[in-house]
Design a protein around this ligand. Sequence first.
Ligand code: FMN
Length: 393
Amino acid sequence: MNLNQKQKLLKHQQLNNKEEVETIVDTPNTYGPEDEQLLFFKRAVEAARNGICITNPRMTDNPIVYVNDGFLDFTGYKRDQVLGRNCRFLQRDDRDQAPIESIREALRLEIPITTILRNYRRDGSLFWNELTLSPVHDQSGRLINFVGVQNDISARKDAEKRVSEFYSVISHELRTPLTSINSALSVIADGSAGKANAQIMRMVEIALENSERLVRLISDILDWKKIESGKFKLNKTYTCPEALVDRLITGVKPLSNSAKVQLLKEVQTTAEVYLDIDRTLQILTNLVDNAIKFSAADNVVTIRVELRNADTVRFSVVDQGPGIPKDQLNKLFKVFQQLDSSDRRKTGGTGLGLSISRSLVELHGGQIGVESEVGKGSMFWFEIYSKVESEVN
Ligand SMILES: Cc1cc2nc3c(=O)[nH]c(=O)nc-3n(C[C@H](O)[C@H](O)[C@H](O)COP(=O)(O)O)c2cc1C
């Protein structure tokens, strides 16, 4: 406790009984009279490791009137070098950044904003600043200050960049050799490279199955990374749902044939729907693949399309498989979640399929869900917000 604080406490002791003073000292979360409150807040703001600065918008060019030590520590400036200046000196010549326009707008509207922008320390080095600005109003609602809280998130940004580079190097370095292994194995498996004995053919089939699984995993990882980083763009066009489901069935037929599962098509609309065809097929293929993998021989998997209302189309995939227990349902759409690790071995899934499907549905402004009953089967459905052309008939 410094001299000033001790004096204040002494003054307090003269005014109040001892018990009250002990409360103030022991429980710093409670604050008493106004000067104690001020001290309480001042200490907290000064101790914060984030940069905190206060500006005065009623003065020309909204200059800084207060900064804490945290601000000076990570920017490298001295207090007298920043007081009286507008915070834009941290941007140097790097002014062509979208967040700056958003800040300008937030200040004009007197609303809070959190954004991330590139700033520069006194020594010229770049740092990523996660900045939160809030207006401060007095009792009558008049704007008196802005308060900014700065956080140097450069370490986090660097880590994100390294992780993303790691993903893309690993994925591409793996994908190229794997694709050639895959094609070589396919050529042996389909007999075009000559006849081999049954035992060798069996081993080639196993190798092919596993290399296909790895190819799927890599393309799932690449898709997922692209979605995560917000770089995924949909390519929407009008299409007829019936044609879409026919393409789907052609693609999944080999799997349903070998599992002896019957596919049933129930397209209940002739209207054209507006969506990304390849990505909708990707979602449907994932759902139908899962449904087939969890079906027994002679089970039926139904693919249904219906209009929910004038601008929403609903796709459902219904199976007669084992069903999913209620407490497991909410895990389904999370990344790398499969109900049981043995499922992954049994079905060859990557654990990413459903979470990618969910993101693709959300990119379409829709939602995905599941209804299931143990012993009876499951229905996975998704609805896509879509401008629907009027029914043909
Ligand atoms: C309280 C407060 C703190 C600010 N902190 C920062 C900051 O840390 N880094 C930055 O680049 N801009 C910061 N700004 C934004 C700039 O001061 C300025 O408003 C922004 O560059 C947009 O206005 P301009 O086009 O006039 O430069 C802050 C603004 C206020 C009001």
